[in-house]
Design a protein around this ligand. Structure first.
Ligand code: F6P
Length: 382
């Protein structure tokens, strides 16, 4: 029995016969990342060529469904998009419709506005919604699915933290960018005998720092999954100096924190549940190193450079395959599912299982052990 027919028709997932589909919609939610446009192109081309569906682009994430901001997407509109960064649809990582800020009488309060989204979805005569995004977007997509919108998910994020899929698109491009930055920092560090500390993104996960650190030859890698000890870092840097390496490269994930300490925010999370903005740990680590070793330190914060620009070949292919397979999921009536990568195959999994738990680095896993076997310290005893 299909998922849809097994559910309660009143407020649960709605059944739509895939053979009757005429008009699908796509939106991109959360932070932008390389590969979003390649997904849109893959989806639109497969939808038009294989199924003859009309495709509507929803602008600015779920905001577009609240305010009826739409654009038609024909095959010509997506020409050459595989190479373009960002998203032609626009996106938003603020304003969650399940907890939406509404201003009334000079006060801001939060309200669930998903009913407005469902009403607009029906008014636009849409049959299926494809939501491309990270865990925040997938949580909203799951809620809309449970309220009756046939949804298919596509996993995106440079952080690579979404459950179920081995890899999210955008991650490879971010790692490539961070690796290139480390290569560049090496030359200055070596020439000036300095300690260079690079801060990379990743929110609560250390994937970017770990893989870029290994690829870029870092000496110290600090990730949220392994709280660090500054004395261990400094002993490692001093030992390197004694052996003749008068410079060191540290890569630190924005969510990393010292043992017994806390994460550093540029903007603290709000009491009303609004997410904070991480930032500042590289400066803190560099200051500790200067004080404890008297060596000259410098800081570089990679920031949004990691999210911008053209996707790598890997991300173009992964994103394109995700877009094409999302169309296949729709044709198979697999609403409530998300495309994902398992090994080298594109598969499908419940959105529900993808949002259950963040995919974090295993501190005892192969990748961390590889780093340590190379003589890189993670700031913990070995
Ligand atoms: O989730 C992607 C991400 O780039 C994180 O790595 C980072 O913490 C956050 O988004 C930054 O968000 P914003 O673009 O709102 O500053």
């Amino acid at each position: 029995m299909s998922k849809q027919s097994a559910s309660t028709p009143k407020s649960g997932p709605k059944m739509i016969d895939p053979k009757k589909i005429k008009r699908i919609a796509v939106l991109t939610g959360g932070g932008d990342c390389p590969g979003l446009n390649a997904v849109i192109r893959g989806l639109v081309r497969a939808a038009r060529i294989e199924h003859n569906w009309e495709v509507i682009g929803i602008q600015d994430g779920f905001d577009g469904l609240l305010d009826n901001l739409t654009i038609p997407l024909k095959a010509m509109d997506v020409r050459g998009l595989q190479a373009r960064g960002g998203t032609i649809l626009g996106t938003s990582n603020r304003g969650n419709p399940l907890h939406y800020p509404v201003k009334e009488g000079g006060h801001v309060y939060f309200k669930d506005v998903t009913d407005r989204i469902i009403a607009n979805f029906n008014k636009l005569n849409l049959d299926v919604l494809v939501a491309v995004g990270g865990d925040g977007t997938m949580k909203i997509a799951q809620a809309l699915f449970e309220k009756g919108i046939p949804v298919v998910g596509v996993p995106k994020t440079i952080d690579n933290d979404l459950g179920v899929t081995d890899v999210t698109f955008g991650y490879n491009s971010a790692v490539a960018c961070a690796t290139l930055a480390l290569d560049r920092l090496h030359t200055t560090a070596e020439s000036h005998h300095r300690i260079l500390v690079l801060e990379v993104m990743g929110r609560d996960c250390g994937w970017i720092a770990l893989e870029a650190g290994i690829a870029g030859g870092a000496d110290v890698i600090l990730i949220p999954e392994v709280p660090f000890d500054c004395n261990i870092i400094c002993d490692h840097i001093s030992a390197r100096k004694k052996k003749g390496s008068r410079f060191s490269i540290v890569v630190v994930a924005e969510g990393a924190f010292p043992q017994g300490g806390r994460k550093i925010y540029e903007k603290e999370p709000g009491a009303d549940g609004t997410p904070g903005r991480l930032g500042g740990i590289a400066r803190w680590v560099a200051d500790q190193i200067s004080v404890l070793t008297s060596l000259e330190t410098r800081v570089a914060v990679l920031g949004h450079l990691q999210r911008g620009g053209s996707p790598t070949t890997y991300d173009r292919i992964l994103a394109t395959r995700f877009g094409v397979e999302a169309a296949r999921l729709i044709a198979d009536g697999k609403y409530g599912d998300m495309v994902c990568l398992k090994g080298r195959q594109i598969k499908a999994a419940d959105i529900k299982s993808a949002i259950k738990k963040l995919k974090r680095v295993n501190p005892e896993g192969q990748m961390v052990k590889t780093a340590e076997a190379l003589g890189i310290t993670m700031g913990r005893p070995q």
